[in-house]
Design a protein around this ligand. Structure first.
Ligand code: FES
Length: 142
């Protein structure tokens, strides 16, 4: 009787260990889905001299492997955000006529501070630093 109980205990423990080990990929996938890793913006990029950037324009450039939307405002200031929409990751664009940032995939829009204004996106766009060195406008990572 005791030998059967010991064998059952050992088998139960092995089953618990096997279940724990085989659950790791599923648990990892759930954690990755809930807390996706932040996108990596790597390096810096020279956008051009201050004089060549047209006011009230926007464009998407690559910084490392990530798209960045760069907008030059009416007053000449340049701002930049990660261009992946915070809803499902489509690349956003600048709507000159409305003065906002728009995602055509599901209709999210963001103000020029990167905050969501309408549509399904709930989180702000990631701000990318902009500096001016030797009259050159540069986006960079910190
Ligand atoms: S991916 Fe931009 S609104 Fe859905």
């Amino acid at each position: 009787m005791r030998k059967n109980t010991d064998r059952r205990t050992v088998i139960n423990r092995l089953l618990v260990i096997w279940t724990a080990i085989t659950s790791i990929p599923f648990i990892s996938a759930i954690i990755y889905f809930i807390y996706p890793p932040s996108k990596k913006f790597v390096g810096s990029k020279v956008l051009g001299s201050v004089d060549t950037l047209q006011p009230n324009t926007g464009r998407v450039v690559q910084l490392g492997e990530q798209p960045v939307i760069v907008i030059t405002l009416d007053r000449g200031e340049t701002i930049a955000y990660g261009a992946n929409c915070t809803h499902l990751g489509c690349v956003v664009g600048f709507r000159k006529e409305r003065g906002d940032i728009y995602c055509a995939c599901h209709g999210s829009s963001f103000d020029l501070q990167g905050h969501p204004v309408s549509g399904p996106a709930q989180r702000p766009l990631e701000k990318i630093p902009v500096k001016i060195e030797n009259d050159q406008v540069i986006i960079y990572t910190v």
